[in-house]
Design a protein around this ligand. Structure first.
Ligand SMILES: C[S@@+](CC[C@H](N)C(=O)[O-])C[C@H]1O[C@@H](n2cnc3c(N)ncnc32)[C@H](O)[C@@H]1O
Length: 297
């Protein structure tokens, strides 16, 4: 199934304020948001999309608009391609594409048997199988707690250690089935490996660190009155956004570093926008999405 863009109309409505402007789509995926931006902007405006995933970059070759460019790089490097105060709008639609979960070979899903990979950029970095068979039990447990909020992290990391002494964990179903077998709660609505798979994916792709770095870069390259739209899918991402853009409390004592000074430059113009019931019905993956919109002032 092709990826269905989330909060499409609402996000682009906020993003494109100047139809002759210069825009950045940090997460091309299958081009849902990019395509609507290109429909809205004039030929003399421009859109540059980024994606770490070589398959997304290959897919972008279908876009023939002369004012469109795709860059195979992490969005944490957007400031290397753009001057300070030069961009009118930047959008992030975070997380995975449905196409990642649907392709067994990418190793993202416990429902599809494939190599335990999980890298967005499968041309570099370490696969989950390389890490999980060598990391200490303590490190595995910490990742499960930190990025998955998994209360059974200790039980899962113990089971992983025992299993890999017998034979290495090399596939998605091997890991998913192992977690399901040892998971203490049996009657839960989600697959018992859901939180663990999220935690490992965030870790393997260094997702939160790259996102924080990218927001700093975005705050430099965005113009005065420029717009930053974020669509997050879990609280770890959303907390980074809220924290980054939180206005500082001016009366706070100077020696207590509660915030990054640069974030005072932004005003929140749309807070916690959620998909409609209709969108969630049409595209259940959208149910956890939270959109926030910020304007540089
Ligand atoms: C939810 S999808 C985007 C979907 C897209 N908006 C659409 O409508 O088709 C997220 C995309 O971001 C990419 N991605 C994740 N982290 C990235 C990063 N640090 N830099 C660049 N791309 C990243 C993933 O490879 C994935 O293709």
């Amino acid at each position: 199934m092709l990826h269905v863009p989330v909060l499409l109309e609402e996000s682009i409505e906020h993003l494109v304020q100047d139809t002759e402007g210069s825009y950045i789509d940090c997460t091309f995926g299958r081009g849902g948001h990019a395509n609507l931006i290109l429909q809205k902007i004039h030929k003399n405006a421009s859109l540059t999309s980024f994606d770490k995933d070589p398959e997304a970059v290959k897919y972008a070759a279908r876009v023939k608009n002369k004012n469109f460019k795709i860059v195979h790089d992490s969005f944490c490097n957007i400031d290397k391609y753009n001057k300070n105060n030069s961009v009118d709008g930047i959008i992030y639609d975070l997380g995975t594409c449905s196409t990642h979960l649907d392709n067994a070979n990418r190793g993202f899903s416990f429902n599809k048997d494939g190599p335990l990979d999980m890298r967005f950029d499968n041309t570099s970095g370490q696969k989950l199988s390389d890490w999980i068979n060598n990391a200490s039990k303590q490190d595995i447990m910490n990742i499960l707690y930190k990025y998955g909020d998994e209360k059974h992290a200790k039980i899962i990391s113990n089971a992983i250690e025992t299993q890999r002494q017998d034979r290495p964990i090399l596939t998605t179903t091997q890991l998913g089935d192992l977690i399901k077998k040892i998971y203490p709660e049996k009657n839960i609505k989600i697959h018992p490996a859901t939180k663990a798979f999220q935690a490992f994916r965030i870790f393997i792709n260094n997702e939160l660190h790259e996102f924080e770095k990218s927001l700093i870069a975005a705050s430099k390259i965005i113009k005065h009155k420029g717009i930053i739209v974020t669509i997050a899918f879990h609280s770890l991402e959303d907390n980074i956004i809220k924290n980054f853009f939180r206005p500082s409390i001016k009366s706070f004592p100077k020696d207590i570093p509660i915030n990054n000074e640069k974030t005072q430059e932004f005003k929140c113009i749309a807070k916690k926008v959620r998909p409609s019931k209709e969108e969630i019905y049409q595209n259940p993956r959208s149910r956890s999405a939270i959109m926030r919109v910020f304007k540089k002032i």
